[in-house]
Design a protein around this ligand. Structure first.
Ligand code: ADP
Ligand code: SF4
Length: 693
């Protein structure tokens, strides 16, 4: 297939100072939860992006000094020369596929507590650390500023030695010291680094000049900066101080990388922002500089990308999440395979990897984070080694991914689904407020499956044990999903809760199948703590009902801290007039009121409740498995070599985990079972841990 000429503009080379990018696709710096801890894992992950056609592939934040240490988060490290080899293997992996390697060197200043190194953080002025740590950053004196400049310069030189082509000066996300100097609210200095904007921008200017002077002969120098902080005039704004700083330094760097700060603003989920959402804040930058500009906006549509370039908004299509969901996005556009792009759904499971300091995971791309340790490639999957067909029962995210991965391996695949719609929970959930992009999990997989000659899809086909035995498939995957409990058992209560069997009790499954509360007040008992409670509250509020969320946690949708949604959700809930009762448990329901017990005082109270929506836990739909289990002695005669439960039917979890287990199952067919989880192990030599000092 050939590329649509409309997209030619995306494949023009662009010069960035002394280097040239082969096209306009730019993987901006993004966290992985991996950082300095697993260099091979990271190198392979980034190398695959280069293979997938990104012209620039960047690191995550890379710390330049122990005084800016953000443990327990795992970011890059270039504290001293000993860190060069680990960074170099990533640059090499990126160069192997003809891309430019970029490195975002930075100092956290007043945004990291230095829990690891136990050194005092430092910042422009005395201020508490931005996250709720009982730690303050101390005000830097002139020697500190000279030291900082030297560390940054040394890190730039190390970056060049490691082979990087683009070296960043970082001033956004409220995470970097250069941005903290810019911010009036964090900089009350009275010397030449404080006061006027020119003074507050002095450090940023010096870091750019130092970096250019140190490595500018060979490396491009990029500035990543906040175009707005979305907090009005007390912060940097696109029509105020951010604009003025960029105007002041317009021609100094070789490239401007712009976004909205802080990270929750920059990486908003699809529930809160759609493709291209940053344009209104970043579009001014190109009018101020002749240097190339990269920006982001969860771009997955090539038409939107072309529009950004043609309208003079951006020179490069920046991407973090779209490059995670589909590392081969540029190649697919280049090769005229646009309908194969696996579009990011904007769920921020990837972000939760960083927040939990675990390998990058992605709902859409099950190979993410597994490139090195399991040798998984997003586009290549080993062919099957044996004959025989595959039967997948259930077409939710687990079943769809299992069917697709098995079909790509060359198996003859039969996919049976009880309902008339494919997609299982993603189809049902995508109809809820704000979750429409969840359907991309289904759409991409169904789109691929429908084109494959070795795949048969049976809708409206509820399979029973006898059907499975009669089918004659060699490998069977049961992906029959899960249902929400309606007995109250969950985290908060290990026992059934009285009254949860009444007529006016609803589960998320009810609401998703249009059995919705018609009378208020509605109590949402949210012991799930992820997005569903808030979404169902919105759903009931939109129907005009009074709604109260009751949670045993300290905040609504507590786990969404890890997806950067906690504050946006809390804001939306508040603005919709939905009440929240925290630190409380629903202990009984009599059909007209719930009894709550405070987790703080132990006191009981009552709340009127015409409809109770309960989110506690889920149970696997395992009737089919249990029936088949009873026929185990017939499996061999029926030709069944393996029968496996995957996804929520094995263990109810996230959509990401359902996709992942489906993929893993298909990869494992014909393979020896994995006994040990592959990992980067410390080297032991002569009975001692080998540590390179
Ligand atoms: P997962 O997240 O694990 O993919 P889902 O709940 O999203 O699980 O999807 C499970 C799918 O399995 C649903 O679409 C459901 O209709 C289907 N299903 C459940 N039992 C059967 C069965 N016996 N035969 C065919 N399909 C089934
Ligand atoms: Fe997109 Fe979700 Fe994957 Fe992140 S985890 S890249 S938001 S699909």
């Amino acid at each position: 297939m050939t590329r649509d000429p409309r997209y030619d503009i995306l494949f023009e080379p662009v010069r960035i100072g002394p280097v040239t990018a082969r096209n306009r696709f730019y993987q901006v710096p993004h966290c992985t939860g991996i950082g300095w801890t697993q260099p091979e894992t990271l190198a392979r992950l980034r190398g695959i992006k280069a293979e997938g056609g990104w012209a620039v592939v960047a690191t995550e934040e890379t710390e330049i000094h122990p005084t800016g240490d953000c443990e327990p988060f795992h970011e890059g490290r270039l504290w001293d020369d000993r860190d060069i080899p680990a960074m170099a293997i990533m640059a090499d992996a990126v160069h192997e596929y003809g891309a430019l390697a970029a490195i975002e060197i930075m100092h956290h200043g007043g945004s990291a507590a230095n829990w690891g190194t136990r050194l005092a953080p430092m910042a422009p002025s005395h201020r508490p650390i931005i996250y709720y740590s009982p730690v303050q950053a101390r005000r830097m004196d002139k020697q500190d500023i000279r030291d900082l400049r030297k560390w940054h310069r040394d890190a730039a030189i190390r970056s060049k030695k490691a082979g990087f082509d683009i070296v960043y000066v970082y001033a956004t996300h409220d995470l970097s010291i250069a941005q903290q100097f810019l911010e009036r609210r964090k900089n009350d200095r009275i010397d030449e680094y404080g006061g006027s904007l020119e003074n507050r921008a002095r450090l940023l200017r010096e870091l750019i000049e130092d970096t250019k002077e140190a490595v500018g002969d060979k490396c491009a120098v990029a500035v990543r900066i906040a175009a707005d902080e979305l907090i009005g005039d007390i912060g940097l704004t696109h029509d105020g101080e951010a604009r003025d700083v960029i105007a002041m330094l317009a021609e100094l760097p070789d490239l401007w990388d712009v976004n909205i700060s802080n990270w929750p603003n920059d990486s908003q989920t699809s529930r809160f922002a759609k493709e291209g959402f940053q344009e209104q804040y970043t579009s001014f930058v190109k009018s101020l500089t002749t240097k190339p500009v990269v920006g982001v906006g969860r771009f997955t549509s090539p038409d939107t990308m072309v529009s950004q370039i043609r309208r003079g908004i951006l020179d490069f299509i920046g991407a973090a999440r779209p490059s995670i969901a589909d590392p081969f996005l540029p190649k697919k556009i280049e090769e005229g395979r646009v309908d194969e792009i696996r579009e990011c759904i904007g769920c921020n499971m990837c972000v939760s990897s960083d927040y939990t300091s675990t390998n990058l995971r992605c709902t859409q791309n099950p190979t993410m984070g597994e490139e090195w340790r399991r040798g998984w490639h997003p586009e290549i999957i080993p062919p099957k080694k044996s004959e025989g067909s595959v039967l997948v029962v259930g077409a939710g995210p687990a079943g769809l991914e299992a069917a697709l991965a098995a079909a790509r391996r060359g198996f003859e695949v039969h996919l049976a689904e009880a309902g008339s719609d494919l997609g299982g929970r993603v189809t049902r959930e995508s109809r809820l407020p704000g979750l429409s992009e969840w359907a991309r999990v289904r759409d991409w997989r169904v789109g691929q499956l429908e084109r494959m000659a070795n795949v048969s899809i049976y809708r409206d086909s509820t399979l029973e044990a006898e059907h499975v035995l009669e089918f004659g498939a060699r490998h069977v995957a049961l992906a029959t999903g899960s249902t929400w409990r309606r007995d109250g058992i969950g985290r908060d209560s290990g026992f059934e809760v009285p009254g949860f069997d009444l007529q006016n009790v609803f589960t998320p499954d009810d609401l998703m199948s249009e059995r919705v509360p018609s009378a208020g007040p509605v109590i949402i008992w949210d012991d799930d703590h992820y997005y569903m409670g808030g979404v169902l509250a919105e759903r009931c509020r939109a129907a005009g009902l009074d709604v109260t969320i009751v949670t045993p946690a300290a905040m609504v949708s507590a786990w969404t801290v890890n997806t950067l949604e906690a504050v946006p959700i809390a804001k939306r809930i508040a603005r919709l007039g939905i009440d929240v009762v925290t630190y409380a448990s629903v202990v009984s329901f009599d059909g007209a009121k719930v009894v709550l017990v405070s987790g703080l005082t132990g006191e009981a109270s009552e709340l009127l409740c015409a409809s109770l929506v309960t989110l506690t836990a889920r149970l696997p739909v395992e009737a089919l498995y249990l029936d088949l289990e009873g026929t185990r002695d017939r499996w061999t005669d029926a030709g069944i070599a393996s029968l496996t439960r995957i996804g929520d039917c094995w263990a109810p979890s996230t959509i990401q985990q359902a996709v992942y287990t489906g993929h893993k199952w298909a990869r494992g067919l014909d393979e020896e079972p994995e006994l040990l989880i592959p990992r980067e192990l410390p080297r032991i030599e002569s009975g001692r841990l080998k540590v390179d000092l």
